[in-house]
Design a protein around this ligand. Structure first.
Ligand SMILES: C[S@@+](CC[C@H](N)C(=O)[O-])C[C@H]1O[C@@H](n2cnc3c(N)ncnc32)[C@H](O)[C@@H]1O
Length: 192
């Protein structure tokens, strides 16, 4: 597995992406094909910026990305707007100012992990739930939500909450995500 990790790390360097996590998004887009060229995308926990880089290079020929993170982003692009803040505290109006609600909300956000998988899980679900509670103000009807979460006892109840908001919710483990990691991705299709 370490080889696979190194392979994606090297590939990201060669392709001038800021993080290897870019390949998790790429795999998800190949599987679920949920972003259109003209979409307006919110990238939560965007720093250093590989997901936004990828979208602006490969997918969004006319669309745009708004990125939000508590750490500075390392990209600049005419169709990228960065907001230096926590998603838990930002006013939704500040995120939607200028362009309105989003077609897609992505989140790779995670507070620093520690050696305790249970604590990582609960903190991850808590953050994802905070993001999901903002969706009524942020995500258009029929919009898509794709996010990282750490697996554990609260995942299924949280997934069930999301099925009330979306027409379908799928769990996805990309090959580029380490097997031993509890990280998973949930793809929520078409907000009701
Ligand atoms: C794994 S990194 C994201 C990598 C990014 N997707 C990329 O491809 O470059 C997770 C990010 O989540 C951010 N984060 C954690 N909690 C956050 C919060 N409450 N609001 C915004 N960003 C947050 C962290 O600062 C960190 O930069």
């Amino acid at each position: 597995m370490k080889d696979l990790h190194d392979r994606f790390y090297r590939k990201a360097k060669e392709e001038h992406y800021l993080a290897r996590s870019v390949y998790k998004l790429q795999e998800a887009l190949e599987k679920f094909n949920f972003i259109r060229a003209s979409d307006r995308v919110l990238d939560v926990g965007c720093s250093p910026g590989s997901w936004s880089q990828f979208l602006l290079r490969k997918t969004l020929t006319t669309g745009s990305v708004t990125g939000i993170d508590v750490l500075p982003a390392q990209i600049s692009h005419p169709r990228f707007t960065f907001i230096h803040a926590s998603i838990a505290e930002i006013d939704a109006a500040e995120l939607t100012r200028g362009g309105g609600m989003f077609d897609v909300v992505l989140s790779d956000a995670m507070v620093n992990t520690n050696a305790d998988p249970e604590s990582n899980h609960y903190r991850s679900v808590s953050l994802c739930r905070k993001i999901s509670l903002r969706l009524p103000e942020l995500l258009k009807q029929n919009g898509m939500f794709f996010f990282k979460v750490f697996d554990g006892p609260d995942l299924q109840p949280f997934r069930k909450e999301l099925t009330a908001l979306f027409s379908a919710v799928s769990i996805f483990k990309p090959q580029s995500s380490r097997d031993e990691s509890r990280e998973l991705f949930l793809f929520c299709r078409s907000k009701r």
